[in-house]
Design a protein around this ligand. Sequence first.
Ligand SMILES: Cc1cc2nc3c(=O)[nH]c(=O)nc-3n(C[C@H](O)[C@H](O)[C@H](O)COP(=O)(O)O)c2cc1C
Length: 162
Amino acid sequence: MLTSTIQPRQFRDVMGHLPTGVVVVAGREVHSGSPAGLVVGTFQSLSLDPPLVSFSVALTSTSWPKIRPAGRFSASVLAAGQDGVCQALSGKREDKFTAVDWFDSPDGNPRISGAHAWIDGEVEHELEGGDHTIVVARVRHLEAGDGEPLVFHRGRLGQIRS
Ligand SMILES: Cc1cc2nc3c(=O)[nH]c(=O)nc-3n(C[C@H](O)[C@H](O)[C@H](O)COP(=O)(O)O)c2cc1C
C-alpha cells in the first residue's frame, strides 16, 4: 500500500543515516522451552515511570510469534565486536542459538554473553505500525555490562569512534 511517492529504497537509505543500537530480543517457546530470538534496531526506552521500552517487529518475523505467547523476553544490547552474533540472529535459521553463547536471565529468558547491557521485559501491549507491530513492554530487570556498543549505520555494523 503506497499512499505517498516515497520509495522503499529511498526510505531505507535516508533512515539508515540514523544510527541505532543492535539488540537481540529473545525468549523461550512455551511448550518446548527452546530459545527463539531476532535482531532489532528499533529498541528504545519509552517511559521512565512506569519503566517502559518499545521495539518494532516485522509482521513477517518467524521468531516473535514463538516469543509472544510467554509474554516476556530479554533484550541484549550487543557490544562492539559482536558482529557475528548479529549475523547469526538476524538470519532465518531454526537453530540460531547453537551458534552463540547465551545464559538465562533472572526471568529465564536467553541473554547473550558479553553483551553491553541486558533488559528483561514483560509485554504490556502491541500497537499496529504498518508492516510492523510495535511492542510496548515493562522493564522487570536491567543490568549494564562493559565496553562499547555495536552500532548500525548506513547499512553497516561499526562502533563509536572517540
Ligand atoms: C541491524 C539490524 C536491525 C534490524 N532491525 C529490525 C527491527 O527493528 N525489526 C525487525 O522486525 N527486524 C529487524 N531486523 C531484521 C531481523 O533481524 C531479521 O529479519 C530476522 O531474520 C528475523 O528473524 P525471524 O524470522 O527469526 O524473526 C534487523 C536486522 C539487522 C541486521
